[in-house]
Design a protein around this ligand. Structure first.
Ligand SMILES: C[S@@+](CC[C@H](N)C(=O)[O-])C[C@H]1O[C@@H](n2cnc3c(N)ncnc32)[C@H](O)[C@@H]1O
Length: 506
């Protein structure tokens, strides 16, 4: 019996494995080869397109970039170049955040397909309105869901998706600036829902690729996107949206079949470079410190992954994130940002309500359509406010600064009420006050008593303006500030007057 006649032999599989083993050989022995060239060594001839299609799922594992002209180049893993011109152009594209038009179209087409062209009118709109309100209360009974079974996803896409998409891209831009995005990356979208993070990643890399080519930079990349999700309907939506995303010139992005599973028991991804938990940990039944077990398990087969955890900014979820973060520190992870442990000791994560505010996004057309009612405020969601942490295992931190000089740790402030002192601390909020009094949460990792820098607007000078201009997580030195106790709030305020000097420390 010939090999081809043997039981279980599949001609396609047989030929494919011949192609794959040749590609493996060529990838390991040459810096570059062309797909048509492979025909010299194969038992039958293939069209280059055919070879490309067969090998595409393997390019990532083979460390190959195969681009125009079907030339395959060996990829050496390195940070994506973040030259000033590239960063400037990317920043300009994200300056006025909002959904890119092609994503807006993708979402609206999906909504129309599910609920009809008139989804924003009459009975359907009423059902969606009802569901958005219910979803905001994190409660959905399923009422009305029979006629439009996808109504829950539709509401999510209309109300939550745009802001979550934009805030993720904002954080991704930070990772890019920091050199934490590589030309070869395996990215896992955990609790992927309809695909917010995956679509945000695809769009980000498409923008980046366009900028590189406009700047005549030949940057080859190969990105693999994986996802884990337990709800079938979300997976269906994920597959439809991501397969309709036109990758254009970024064909070297592979989207894996979603892993349909609870993340507590899902098969653990291997060698991931970036693992994102966006708005998913709060949905786990486990208490905050035990969520770290789930996160650690998902990251356990990756050498030095970047973990990005994003949670809502509300008091409970935000505080819960810091508890999970602390438990992850105990498991060997370190915080890259936003927290800096400038006294060389990590905080307990207790009683910490800190979130980033990155401004408003432009409401996409579909959100405006569903909000076209007398109570439009209920259906408009444009405020980017979120709590996040980026963690690593290699000790890398955004700010490596340690306190130098004569500064008081915030844990000692209680002993110095009504005295003028100097402190070093990270600015851990936007303005929590108003235009008359600026209030910023500050933290140096030494205390769980909330501390705030409070500046009446009329005390703003060139010498203390840094406090107002500081970015979330920036470390400042504050010189000559008066310590005040706020007994009602069980907090400490540092009064910033025109005589207080504030400068950037980190
Ligand atoms: C609020 S959505 C977030 C979706 C997406 N990551 C985003 O940021 O828009 C939470 C998602 O996590 C999924 N999820 C919740 N608990 C999960 C679990 N234990 N295992 C897997 N997926 C889970 C839900 O089904 C849902 O799709």
């Amino acid at each position: 019996m010939s090999v081809e006649e043997s039981p279980g032999f599949s001609r396609g599989r047989g030929f494919n494995s011949e192609i794959l083993s040749l590609a493996k050989y060529l990838a390991s022995s040459r810096p570059e080869f062309s797909l048509p060239e492979m025909n010299q060594y194969l038992s039958r001839k293939y069209d280059e397109k055919e070879l490309y299609t067969i090998l595409k799922p393997h390019f990532f594992d083979l460390d190959l970039f195969c681009g125009a002209g079907y030339t395959c180049t060996k990829l050496i893993k390195s940070p994506l170049p973040a030259d000033e011109a590239v960063v400037r152009e990317l920043e300009a594209q994200f300056k006025n955040p909002g959904l890119p038009l092609h994503i807006e179209k993708l979402i609206e087409t999906y909504i129309e397909k599910s609920c009809g062209k008139n989804w924003h009118k009459g009975e359907t709109a009423a059902l969606i309105h009802e569901n958005i309100v219910k979803q905001k209360e994190e409660y959905w009974t399923g009422k009305g869901g029979t006629k439009y079974p996808k109504i829950r996803i539709i509401s999510y896409l209309l109300y939550h998706f745009p802001v979550y998409f934009c805030q993720y891209q904002y954080l991704l831009l930070g990772l890019f600036r920091a050199g934490l995005l590589m030309n070869k990356m395996s990215i896992i979208d955990v609790g992927s829902g309809p695909g917010t993070i995956t679509l945000g990643t695809l769009d980000f890399f498409r923008k980046l690729k366009d900028i590189y080519s406009r700047n005549k930079m030949d940057v080859k990349m190969n990105i693999r996107m994986g996802s884990i999700e337990h709800e079938s309907q979300n997976i269906e939506c994920y597959k439809e949206l991501t397969s309709n995303f036109h990758t254009g010139d970024i064909s070297n992005i592979t989207i894996d079949e979603p892993v349909h599973s609870f993340l507590e028991t899902a098969s653990v991804p291997k060698n991931a470079d970036l693992i994102i938990f966006s708005n998913v940990l709060a949905e786990l039944k486990a208490p905050p410190h035990e969520r770290a077990v789930v996160v650690e398990r998902i990251a356990s087969l990756s050498k030095n992954p970047t973990l990005l955890i994003i949670e809502p900014a509300d008091l409970d979820n935000s505080k819960a994130l810091r508890i999970t973060q602390h438990a992850l520190i105990n498991k060997g992870f370190n915080v890259y940002s936003p927290c800096s442990f400038i006294w060389g000791k990590v905080c307990s994560g207790v009683n910490c309500w800190s979130f980033q505010e990155s401004g408003n996004i432009k409401a996409p057309g579909f959100m405006e359509k569903i909000a076209d009612t007398t109570e439009s405020y209920r259906y408009l969601n444009t405020d980017m406010k979120f709590s996040y942490v980026i963690m690593r295992k290699d000790g890398l931190a955004k700010h490596a600064y340690r306190v130098k000089g004569k500064f008081m740790a915030l844990s000692n402030l209680k002993k110095h009420i009504k005295k003028h002192i100097n402190v070093n601390a990270s600015v851990m909020s936007g303005n929590l006050g108003d235009e008359k009094t600026f209030v910023f949460k500050i933290c140096d990792g030494t205390t769980s008593i909330p501390c705030y820098a409070v500046m009446p607007a009329y005390h703003l000078t060139e010498n203390n303006r840094v406090l107002i201009d500081a970015m979330y997580g920036d470390i400042v030195g504050i010189y000559g500030t008066l310590v005040r106790e706020n007994k009602e709030q069980s907090s400490i305020n540092l009064l910033i007057t025109r005589n207080t000097i504030v400068n950037l420390a980190g």
